[in-house]
Write a new protein. Structure first.
Length: 276
């Protein structure tokens, strides 16, 4: 098996990305049980161990430190589902990027449709949060997606406007870096079925080309979320770097299946090897 490519800093560049947001579904103990189950098979999964699949999970803030310890030992990264735009100060109830990084977080989700709808976050606020992620060495997981079903071309245009507004705002503050964009059409979030594979592929081809053409974003990738589950990844275009999972990954065995499907798509070994 050939070794994965190396980036500018000598780090392995993943061939695929699988992320999981647990939202607010699990309590503390159940979250850690889930983390231990995932760590159990991720530690022996060839593509995760080699770094060819970048696997990360976003638990609730109170669990992040312990989740990062449990998952990190198996080569799985952790991060936060939200981040405040300031690193510290008199901001009651908020969690800044400085402490997220300090407890082992490596990612920060920004821009999810629920944050926009429930908390009124706009592109400017999301840009400030993205800048905070960059400033603290975190990879932003930038969620974008059109509110209503339409054509793939219209969806791509809508999402490109969101990407540019957010990254331009971060860059105006002198902050930039690798970005994971999660394309989540709002009309597909929580739906019984995802968007069709051809629609997803058409939209993400456009987003991927645009994102990676921006200065400093050559290593950035686009993944798909929005009722994504087992059986989907093998139907998508190679421009789709992976999946951003929600409820379908609540069952660790479903996540294991998706890792194997992703490996098979890339022609990588599947299954779990014994670990020392």
């Amino acid at each position: 098996m050939s070794l994965p490519a190396k980036g500018p800093a000598g780090q392995t560049q993943p061939k695929a990305i699988i992320g999981v947001s647990l939202k607010m579904y699990f309590g503390y103990d159940r979250t850690l049980d889930w983390c231990r189950d995932v760590a159990g098979f991720a530690a022996g999964h060839p593509a995760v161990r080699s770094g060819e699949i970048e696997l990360f999970a976003l638990p609730s803030h109170p669990v992040l430190a312990e989740a990062a310890r449990v998952l990190g030992a198996a080569g799985v990264a952790s991060g936060a589902q939200d981040i405040f735009w300031k690193d510290e100060g008199a901001f009651t109830g908020e969690v800044g990027g400085k402490i997220i990084a300090e407890v082992g977080g490596r990612y920060a989700e920004v821009g999810h449709a629920e944050r926009r709808r429930i908390f009124g976050e706009d592109d400017d606020v999301i840009g400030l949060k993205t800048a905070a992620a960059f400033r603290n060495g975190l990879t932003p997981v930038l969620c974008v997606g059109e509110p209503a079903r339409g054509t793939a071309a219209d969806a791509a245009r809508y999402c490109i406007r969101e990407i540019d507004a957010v990254l331009n705002r971060a860059e105006s503050l002198g902050q930039s870096g690798r970005t994971i964009v999660a394309y989540e059409p709002q009309w597909a979030i929580g739906a019984a079925e995802p968007a069709t594979p051809s629609f997803i592929s058409d939209v993400i081809r456009g987003l991927d080309a645009h994102l990676r053409s921006r200065p400093g974003q050559a290593d950035s990738r686009v993944i798909y979320g929005g009722s994504a589950g087992p059986g989907l990844i093998g139907q998508l275009d190679s421009a789709v770097a992976g999946l951003f999972l929600g409820r379908f990954a609540h069952d660790p065995e479903a996540l294991r299946t998706i890792l194997d499907e992703t490996s098979a798509r890339l022609g990588l070994p599947i299954g779990t090897e014994a670990t020392a």
